[in-house]
Structures are given as structure tokens and as C-alpha cells.
Design a protein around this ligand. Structure first.
Ligand code: XMP
Length: 520
């Protein structure tokens, strides 16, 4: 790994972690540092090259991020991206100005004669489509620089090969840029001479040793949900500190059928985690009695969860030799971290359902978030390398408030049991059809609507079940999935025949927006 990493300096761009990810995809280690990192801090990572990210500011404004121009003279190959290009131009004697017309979206980039023979565009066509997002442009290039690509509107790429400085105005890290990965690969391998020897195993090793050093002989707890993020985070931390990590898995009464036992079996018996299973189902259902408002249900479940977790954490602390738990492990992923932390400081905003409701402050716990730089598919890959079962890694997302947001109206034990049965049939059949991994989420919803049916010679009067299946990349938007007719037929017939209490099945054909994925 020595001298083969890439340091990315974060100027606050929304794509900074995407750059890191694209570099990891090419099996080169990369680390994101705040743009205020000093040359010495950068050198400590023994980089083979430096990337300056995009960012929302203007280089010529007083509130521009305070990066040290000395980092342009570190004798390291540099690639500036968007704001990174403007930073280079501004600090090496060129001129950056507001563009007469903002360029946003796809643009045609043409490589100039100077760029054509150079290493950055090697193997690429002389024109290609790239993703632009900038309000400023390079008006005059610094001495020694040449324009190596342009769009009809602006400078698209520049370089000073004698100083090994390269910069592009567009974003090679986004998929909308054709051959963006090839361009990044050219920078990594032809210009920086980095070695493609980084693997998830490296991530595991460095993360485990970092956590071990950080926690020392302290103790940690982790709230497990049974899903991929918290499970992978827990397994990583357990590698570092062994049974000084205790995981807590709470039965909130609205889990799936057999989930309370299955998750414990998977994580305790198969992965060897020290796990406290807390069966608080009755307590949650009592609190939910008579409540029909969706937000009220969510609040009750959230608050009750905190209460149960806190009690359990105190019990664990009291029983620990030496007493006390200092750390809370969370499976926060990069997409959960909404704001860029490195430029704006540690004011991290995390989706509320990931942050165990103010617990860290209340209990004076420090956070360990080993996955906060990664994307979901990278977490799955790491989980695979940790030897975790596919059953955990490929699980579809399941909401924290569980089946409660899929039971419309009051949540009762009877309704939970009905929905658990229906949910199990949907999951079994979608898996049997080979579609479980291809669909973002597929599940059943129980409606408090009774209708008349006939079974044999008997009139029935029972609940309705809705089937929901959606395709999505991140849960933010979704399309309803066109499940095959025979599969829907099988699900419907099994639910009505096997579940006493449901006599009608309907299919939800609403996308998000305007619908949400969950019904509540
Ligand atoms: P919606 O229903 O808002 O859901 O379209 C988007 C995604 O988020 C999941 N979801 C939750 N996950 N706690 C969670 O951990 C929650 O309170 C929660 N609510 C919704 C939902 O399953 C979907 O994947």
C-alpha cells in the first residue's frame, strides 16, 4: 500500500466520496481529507497522487475554503476536478471569473491537439459527453498551462505536464460522463503510477486496527437491526475488540415471522457476536394499543426503543468488569451522511432513524461508524469478505418501525400475526421466482378493510392484503415493479388459502413520488 494511495482533498463537493469510490473500484486505496490538510498531513498518507475535489464556493471569494496553495508544489501528480481546476488556476497565476452562462448537465467535450497525445485522455475518443456543474470558469490559464479540452462554452481541461498538474472542469466520477472511469484510471496508472492492489481485505485490516487503537481497552455497544449495515459494522468492531463489544437486538413486537430468533442465530451462533436479545414485544404492543396515526406509531416505537436500549446498556455497563461502556457502534453509510463534514466541521447530520435518538449525548457515548465512507454495495462486498452469510448481506431494507408501518390502523397482536404470515409468503415466493435480489423491496401490507368473499360454500368477511414491490436505487425514488402474473397469482392464492383472516389480495401500482414506499 506504501506510496500507492491517492489523497482526495474535500472542498465540499457533493461528489467527493463518489471520487473515492471510483478509485476504490480500480483497486487503489484512497483517503478523503479536509481541504485544510497541511502538506505534512497529506504526506503522512504517502500518496502517489493528489485529487482536488469539486465544491460549491468560488475561489475568488473571501469565504472560499482555506486550503494552503503550498499543496500545489508538493511534487506530487495532481488532478483538479471542477472547483479543483479553479483552485489551481487561481493560485498559480491565472484568472477565474463567473461564467457568462452557467454550464449544468451534459456537455460535449472536445480534446484539443495539445491534449490528444497526452496521458490523461489516452485511449479516449476526441469528443465525448461529460457532466458539468459549474458557475465559474477559467478565463486565463496560469503560465505553463495549456488547454487540453474544451466545450463550446468553456475550458474543459488543462495541464502543465512539467509539474504533473492536470485538471478537468467536468466530473469524471459521475456515470453521466462517458469513460470517466477510464480518465480516472489514466490519472491513477499512467500519471501517478499507482498500483491496483487495494482490496476489501485492506479496508478490513486498516479499519480493524484503527478501531482497536481508538477503543483501547474500552467497551462498546451496538444496536443491531438484523440488516446489512448494522451487522457488518458490528462484525468489524468485534474483530477489533472481541467480546468487549456487546450487541443489543430488541424484539419490538413488529418484527417479521421468526426474525427475533433467526437474527440471534445468525449473529450469535454463526458469527460469534456477543449478543443480548431483549424480548420487549409485549411492552411495545401495549404502548401501541389504540394508536392509529402513523407518526404517533413511529414516535412511540422510537421512544420505546431508546428506553429499552438504555436500560439494556446500563445493565451491560453494570455487569462489565471495570464498569462502563464508552462507545456506541452505528452502521451509518455515506448516503446517510447528508452534509459534507470535512469542510463544515463535525456538524454531522444523519438521518434520524440511524442516529439512536440522541442516545450518544444522553449516555455520554462516543460514536464508532466504520462504514461512514462506504456505499451499500461496498458494504455488502466487505461483509462477504468477513465471511458473513448471504442471508444477511442480501436482505432487502426493512424499516425500523417494522410491520407497524405496514399495518394500517391499530397495531394488534392479531394483525401482526396475520401480516407476519402474509409477509413470509411474499418473501418465499419472490425468492422462489429468483427476483428477491433484483427488487429493492417486496412486501405485504395489511389494510383494516374487511370485504366479503366465498370459500367453499362459506361466506367470509375478512381483511384485505396489499402487495407492494418496487425497484429503486436508494429508496429516495421508486418505480412499482411489474411482477410476473403467475407469481402474483401464486402469492394471492397462498395468502387467501393459508391465512385465516385475509380473503382479498390487491396489488399496489403506485410509484414514488407521488406515493411513498411504505404505506405509513
Ligand atoms: P418511504 O416509505 O419513505 O421509505 O418511501 C423509503 C425507504 O426508507 C425505509 N424506511 C425506513 N427505514 N426507519 C428505517 O430504518 C424508518 O422509520 C423508515 N421509514 C421508511 C423504507 O423501507 C424504504 O426503504
Amino acid at each position: 500500500m506504501e506510496n500507492s494511495s491517492i489523497v482526495i482533498l474535500d472542498f465540499g463537493g457533493q461528489y467527493t466520496q463518489l471520487i473515492a469510490r471510483r478509485i476504490r473500484e480500480q483497486r487503489v486505496f484512497s483517503v478523503v481529507l479536509p481541504c485544510t490538510a497541511t502538506p505534512a498531513e497529506i504526506r503522512a498518507h504517502r500518496p502517489a497522487g493528489l485529487i482536488l475535489s469539486g465544491g460549491p464556493s468560488s475561489v475568488y471569494e473571501p469565504e472560499a475554503p482555506a486550503a494552503d496553495p503550498a499543496l500545489l508544489a508538493m511534487d506530487l501528480p495532481i488532478l483538479g476536478i471542477c472547483y479543483g481546476l479553479q483552485f489551481i488556476v487561481h493560485h498559480l497565476g491565472g484568472k477565474v471569473r463567473p461564467a457568462p452562462r452557467r454550464e449544468y448537465g451534459r456537455a460535449e467535450v472536445a480534446v484539443t491537439a495539445e491534449g490528444a497525445g497526452g496521458p490523461l485522455f489516452a485511449g479516449m475518443p476526441s469528443t465525448f459527453t461529460a457532466w458539468m456543474s459549474h458557475g465559474d470558469e477559467a478565463l486565463e490559464l496560469p503560465p505553463g498551462f495549456q488547454r487540453i479540452a474544451g466545450t463550446p462554452q468553456a475550458v474543459a481541461a488543462i495541464s502543465d505536464p512539467s509539474r504533473a498538474i492536470w485538471a478537468v472542469q467536468f466530473h469524471p466520477e459521475v456515470r453521466h460522463t462517458d469513460l470517466g472511469s477510464q480518465l480516472l484510471g489514466n490519472f491513477l496508472f499512467s500519471i501517478c503510477r499507482a498500483r491496483p492492489d487495494w482490496t476489501p481485505e485492506h479496508f478490513i485490516q486498516t479499519t480493524v486496527s484503527r478501531i482497536a487503537a481508538q477503543v483501547g481497552d474500552g467497551r462498546a455497544i451496538c444496536a443491531l437491526s438484523g440488516g446489512v449495515d448494522s451487522s457488518v459494522a458490528a462484525v468489524l468492531v468485534a474483530r477489533a475488540i472481541g467480546d468487549r463489544l456487546t450487541c443489543v437486538f430488541v424484539n419490538n413486537g413488529v418484527l417479521r415471522k421468526n426474525e427475533f430468533l433467526q437474527v440471534q442465530r445468525n449473529l450469535r451462533d454463526r458469527l460469534g457476536l456477543r449478543l443480548a436479545g431483549v424480548d420487549a414485544g409485549r411492552r411495545f404492543l401495549t404502548r401501541l394499543g389504540g394508536v392509529v396515526d402513523p407518526e404517533a406509531k413511529r414516535k412511540i416505537i422510537g421512544n420505546e426503543f431508546i428506553a429499552v436500549f438504555e436500560e439494556e446498556a446500563r445493565r451491560i455497563a453494570a455487569e462489565s468488569p471495570g464498569g462502563g461502556v464508552d462507545w456506541l457502534v452505528q452502521g451509518t453509510l455515506y448516503p446517510d451522511v447528508i452534509e459534507s463534514t470535512s469542510v463544515k466541521g463535525p456538524s454531522q447530520t444523519i438521518k434520524s432513524h440511524h442516529n439512536v435518538g440522541g442516545l450518544p449525548e444522553k449516555m455520554n457515548l462516543k460514536l464508532i461508524e466504520p462504514l461512514r465512507d462506504l456505499f451499500k454495495d461496498e458494504v455488502r462486498r466487505i461483509g462477504r469478505d468477513l465471511g458473513m452469510p448471504e442471508e444477511i448481506l442480501e436482505r432487502q431494507p426493512f424499516p425500523g418501525p417494522g410491520l407497524a408501518v405496514r399495518i394500517l390502523g391499530e397495531v394488534t397482536q392479531e394483525r401482526v400475526t396475520l401480516l407476519q404470515e402474509a409477509d413470509e409468503i411474499v418473501v418465499q415466493e419472490v425468492k422462489a421466482a429468483g427476483l428477491y435480489r433484483k427488487i429493492w423491496q417486496s412486501f405485504a401490507v395489511l389494510l383494516p378493510v374487511k370485504s366479503v368473499g366465498v370459500m367453499g360454500d362459506q361466506r367470509t368477511y375478512a381483511y384485505t392484503c396489499a402487495i407492494r414491490a418496487v425497484h429503486s436505487d436508494d429508496g429516495m425514488t421508486a418505480d412499482w415493479a411489474d411482477l410476473p402474473g403467475p407469481l402474483l397469482r401464486k402469492i394471492s392464492s397462498r395468502i387467501v388459502n393459508e391465512i385465516h383472516g385475509i380473503n382479498r389480495v390487491v396489488y399496489d401500482i403506485t410509484s414514488k413520488p407521488p406515493g411513498t414506499i411504505e404505506w405509513e
